[in-house]
Each structure stands twice: as C-alpha cells, then as structure tokens.
Design a protein around this ligand. Structure first.
Ligand code: CAA
Length: 258
C-alpha cells in the first residue's frame, strides 16, 4: 500500500508509522488521519506484527489538527459531518500496543493522538500542549479528558486555559510520558521497546493492555474484578504454563501465542 502523508515500515515484528507532512509540522489533515487509520488497520490484521510505533520527525510529532482545513468550516459542517470523528479514534481502539515516540511539537490534536497511544516515549526536544484556546476553540479529540486523567486537574486546566506548552522533563515528571530519551535515540529505543513487547505472548500482551485500559474507564472495584477475571483466564493459556515452567527451569520461555 502506498501512502501520501505517512511512511510505513516494518522492523521484524514491529510496525513503524511516521507522520510525514514536514512542511506543515505534520498537521493532521483529513487525508493523513485516513491513511493513519488504514495503516493501523493493516498492522492490526497482520499476524507477523506484535506492536506498533507511531512517530513524526525531529521538529514535530504533529502540531495539531490542520487549521487551514478547519478555518472555513461552520457549525453545521462539523456537526453534521462528524468532524474529528471518523478515523480519529483508531489509535485508541487498536488491540495491539501502540507506542507514541514524540520529538518536537505534539500540540492540539498531536498531543491528543499521542495520548491515544498506550504510552509515550519522549525525546528531550518534545513539547506538549493543548493550544486550541489561543485560536478560539477547545481540544476536540479527547484532550481535556485524557490530559486531566494523565497529569491531573491543575496542570490540565492551566494548559487548556492558557495554551502553555510542557517540555519533556515536565511531561515525565507529570506522568504524561513514560521516559525521556536523547532525540537521536528516540525511534530506535521505541522500536526496541515495541520489539520486546512483540516477543512476549501475544494474547497475554493484549490482556495486559486491556486491563490497564480499564483503569481509565471504570471504578476501582470493577477494574480490579476485571483484572482478576483476566488474570484467571491466563491460566487457560499454554503460554502461561510455558512462562512459569521456563522460569522454574531457569531457561527463556518459548511463547506460541496460544
Ligand atoms: N495546521 C496547519 N498548518 C500548520 C499547523 C496546523 N496545526 N501548525 C503548523 N502549521 C504550518 C504553518 O502554517 C507553517 O506553514 P507555512 O510554512 O506554509 O506558513 C508551517 O507549518 C510551519 O509552522 P510555523 O511557521 O508556524 O513554525 P514555527 O516554528 O514558527 O511555530 C508552532 C511552530 C508553534 C507549532 C506553530 O506552527 C503553531 O502554533 N501551530 C499551531 C498549533 C495549534 O494551534 N494546534 C492546535 C490545532 S487545533 C486542534 O488540534 C483541534 C483538536 O483538538 C483536534
């Protein structure tokens, strides 16, 4: 499949997607979100792929929804057309893990897209923000909700009300990103991390992802119950038996995704 606005590669069991509109700081136009959705669909269906990495370039992960595409729209255009609906949720609905590798700007829809991924690895150059307020609107792809859950009310409020950007150090301190890396190492480290995930039991990885995901959707007691049921269900897997047996026999496990 050939794409115009993204670049797609595979590295062993890792699918790598690079947002590729450098002249527009990877602004998330309609065509890009459609292609991103298609690329994620393709990797989801590919049994050879165990995890994905989503990245941009050195200057920008993505500087937001494409303002030039939005400028002429009115309320009925966006409401009836379901603007920022189709194709915008795909990263959040993947069953396989998706890592965001963010260097440079991750603003507006770019920050929202990174937050839809399972975790964010940030280059030391990364800058996160929800600057929509400065152009007369508010986040529209989950920014007010996910940012508040990840960094807490005070920081989310300040960022959404002022448009202030957060650098990588602050983002790590606040729990928005899992690690900060030198920019030159970001993508390699993201691929290495995704490869580690892809080397583990596929069903167990999906179960772990699903369980952590519940923490953001439900109450503590329901979440713990969900986790317990899923934990119990791992005992139906050959891979659970193999993993524990290999530990006891002091050898690496051989997972067969069964
Ligand atoms: N949409 C469309 N084009 C964009 C863009 C965006 N979100 N962000 C940057 N660009 C374009 C610029 O227009 C410019 O294009 P030209 O060369 O054709 O003029 C090019 O990318 C380079 O940008 P700048 O010259 O502005 O670069 P800079 O280094 O001076 O500034 C920046 C960088 C601070 C990120 C600045 O580009 C900026 O503020 N961008 C907009 C950020 C923003 O407001 N994002 C939120 C969008 S709304 C949204 O995302 C809603 C939602 O929730 C889904």
């Amino acid at each position: 499949m050939t794409y115009e606005t993204i670049l797609v590669e595979t590295h062993g069991a890792v699918g790598l997607i690079r947002l590729n509109r450098p002249k527009a700081l990877n602004a998330l136009c309609d065509a890009l979100m459609k292609e991103l959705s298609q690329a994620l669909d393709t990797f989801e269906k590919d049994d050879a792929i165990g995890a994905m990495v989503l990245t941009g370039n050195d200057r920008a992960f993505a500087a937001g929804a494409d303002i030039k595409e939005m400028v002429g729209l009115d309320y009925m255009d966006v409401y009836l057309g379901g603007f920022i609906s189709e194709n915008w949720q795909r990263a959040a609905t993947c069953r396989k893990p998706v890592i965001a590798a963010v260097a440079g700007f991750a603003l507006g829809g770019g920050c929202e897209l990174a937050m839809m991924c399972d975790f964010i690895l940030a280059a030391d150059t990364a800058k996160f923000g929800q600057p929509e307020i400065t152009i007369g609107t508010i986040p529209g792809a989950g920014g007010t909700q996910r940012l508040a859950r990840f960094v807490g009310k005070s920081k989310a409020m300040e960022m959404c009300l002022t448009g202030r950007m957060m650098d990588a150090v602050e983002a790590e301190r606040s729990g928005l990103v899992s690690r900060v890396l030198p920019a030159a190492e970001l993508v390699d480290e993201a691929i290495k991390t995704a490869a580690k995930i892809a080397s583990l039991s596929r069903p167990v990885v999906l179960m772990a992802k699903e369980s952590v995901g519940r923490a953001y959707e439900t109450t503590l007691s329901e979440g713990v119950l969900f986790e317990r049921r899923v934990f119990h269900s791992t005992f139906a897997l050959d891979d659970r038996k193999e993993g524990m047996t290999a530990f006891a026999e002091k050898r690496p496990p051989i997972f067969r995704n069964r």
